[in-house]
Design a protein around this ligand. Structure first.
Ligand code: NAD
Ligand code: UFG
Length: 340
C-alpha cells in the first residue's frame, strides 16, 4: 500500500514510518516541521535501507493536498499531524482548534475530492470521562475534556463519526493512545520535545542526562497505591505496530472502528522513576510538588478489543521502555540537534 502520513516526521509518526517501510509499504510523509526535524526521516531511511518521500506542507492547505493527492496514488492516510501540548492549548485554544480540528476538516475534504476514504486517526485516552472504574474499555463514556487539546481530539472523533455515517464508503479507525513512551531499540530515533518537556518520561531522561536539575512529581496524595498518578505507558514501537495492524484490518472494508492502544497495565510516577534508575544505574533527583490541574489519579486501558480484532497487543515491558528511552537520550542528549 502507499500510505500518506500527516505529521509523519514526529515522534509516533517516524516510528510508524519505520514499521511500515519494513513491512514493504510505500510511505509518503507530509509534515510542516512545526514540531519535528527532517533528520528523523533521514535516520529511518538509514535504519531500514528504504526510501521515504517527504513533502513539507501543512494540513490546513487544501490546495496543496489536492495537488499531492492528484500526483501520487495514495491508498490510505494515517493522520498524526496536530499540536499536542496540553498546557499550551489552554493558552492558545484557537491555534489548537485551527490546527487539529480545522486541519482535519481540510484534510477530509481533500481526501474526499481525491476519492481517498481510508483514514487512521491519532486519538487519545484523554477523550474518556474521568472514571473510578479501571481499565477503560472503548465503550466507556467520553467526557468533557479539561483542556482545548483534549476537546479537539473529541471533536475530531465526532466529526469523523458523522462523516462516516453520512458517507458509508469511508473506512476510519480511531486509535486511542494511552501514554506513548520509549524509542526505537537502535537509539537512532526517539522523542525530541522542543523546550521543556511536558511529559513524564522525557523529563526523567533529561534529568538523567543533566539537562534538567530535578523532576517535580505532581502530587503524592492521590488514592493510588503510592499516592502518585498511575498511567498506562506503551512502547512507541508497540504503538507503531498497532497502526500497521489497524491499517491492514480496515483497508478494503468500509466502517468506523475505535481501538484503545495501551498495555492494560498502570504504573505510578514513583514506579517509573525507580524503573528508570534501575536501567540507567543513576539516581533521578525529584521533589514532591502540588498536583497538576486537569490530571486524573489513574488511567489505564482495557486493550482486549485490539487484541481480538487486530491480533495485536503490546509486547514490550517497562524495562525495555526504560532501556530504549535511556539509550536514545544518552546517545542524543540534544535530540536531533546532535545530527549525525
Ligand atoms: P509530534 O508533535 O512529535 O508529531 C506531530 C507532527 O505533526 C509533528 O511532526 C508536527 O511537525 C506535525 N504537524 C503539526 N501541525 C501540523 C500541520 N498543521 N500540518 C502538518 N504537520 C503538522 O507528536 P506525537 O507525539 O508524534 O503525536 C502524534 C499524534 O498523536 C498527535 O495527533 C497527538 O495529538 C497524538 N497523541 C499523542 C500522544 C502522546 O503522548 N505523544 C498521546 C495521545 C495522542
Ligand atoms: N508527571 C509528573 N511530573 C512531570 C510530568 C508528569 O509527576 O513533570 C506525572 C503526571 O502528573 C501524571 C504522569 O506523570 O501522573 C504522566 O504525565 P504525562 O504528562 O506524561 O502524561 P498524561 O497522562 O498527563 O498525558 C498524556 C499525553 C496527553 C494525553 C493524555 C491522555 O501527554 O497527550 O496522556 O491520557 F492527552
Amino acid at each position: 500500500m502507499k500510505v500518506f502520513l500527516t505529521g509523519g516526521a514526529g515522534f509516533i509518526g517516524s516510528h510508524t514510518a519505520l514499521v511500515l517501510v519494513e513491512a514493504g509499504h510505500d510511505v509518503v510523509v507530509y509534515d510542516n516541521l512545526s514540531n519535528a526535524s527532517r533528520e528523523s526521516l533521514n535516520r529511518v531511511e538509514r535504519l531500514t535501507g528504504g526510501r521515504i518521500a517527504f513533502i513539507e506542507g501543512d494540513i490546513r492547505d487544501g490546495a496543496r493536498l489536492d495537488r499531492v493527492f492528484a500526483e501520487s496514488d495514495i491508498d490510505a492516510v494515517i493522520h498524526f499531524a496536530g499540536l499536542k501540548a496540553v498546557g499550551e492549548s489552554t493558552e492558545q485554544p484557537l491555534a489548537y482548534y485551527e490546527n487539529n480540528v480545522a486541519g482535519t476538516l481540510t484534510l477530509c475534504h481533500a481526501m474526499d475530492r481525491a476519492n481517498l476514504r481510508t483514514l487512521v486517526f491519532s486519538s487519545s485516552a484523554t477523550v474518556y470521562a474521568e472514571s473510578r472504574e479501571m481499565p477503560l474499555p472503548e465503550d466507556a463514556p467520553t467526557g468533557r475534556p479539561t483542556n482545548p487539546y483534549g476537546s479537539s481530539k473529541l471533536m475530531i472523533e465526532w466529526l469523523l463519526r458523522d462523516l462516516q455515517t453520512a458517507d458509508p464508503r469511508w473506512s476510519i479507525a480511531l486509535l486511542r493512545y494511552f501514554n506513548p513512551v520509549g524509542a526505537h531499540e537502535s537509539g537512532r530515533i526517539g522523542e525530541d520535545p522542543q523546550g521543556r518537556p511536558n511529559n513524564l518520561l522525557p523529563f526523567i531522561s533529561q534529568v538523567a542526562v543533566g539537562r534538567l536539575p530535578e523532576l517535580a512529581v505532581y502530587g503524592n496524595d492521590y488514592s493510588t497505591r503510592d499516592g502518585t498518578g498511575v498511567r498506562d505507558y506503551i512502547h512507541v514501537m508497540d504503538l507503531a505496530a498497532g497502526h500497521r495492524a489497524a491499517l491492514d484490518a480496515i483497508a478494503g472494508s468500509a466502517g468506523l472502528w475505535t481501538w484503545n492502544l495501551g498495555t492494560g497495565r498502570g504504573y505510578s510516577v514513583l514506579e517509573m522513576i525507580r524503573a528508570f534508575e534501575n536501567v540507567a544505574d543513576r539516581e533521578i533527583a525529584y521533589r514532591i510538588a502540588p498536583r497538576r490541574p486537569g490530571d486524573v489519579a489513574e488511567c489505564w486501558a482495557d486493550a482486549s478489543r485490539a487484541e481480538r480484532d487486530l491480533g495485536w497487543r503490546a509486547e514490550r515491558g517497562l524495562e525495555e521502555i526504560m532501556r530504549d528511552a535511556w539509550r536514545w537520550q544518552r546517545e542524543n542528549p540534544e535530540g536531533y540537534r546532535d545530527a549525525g
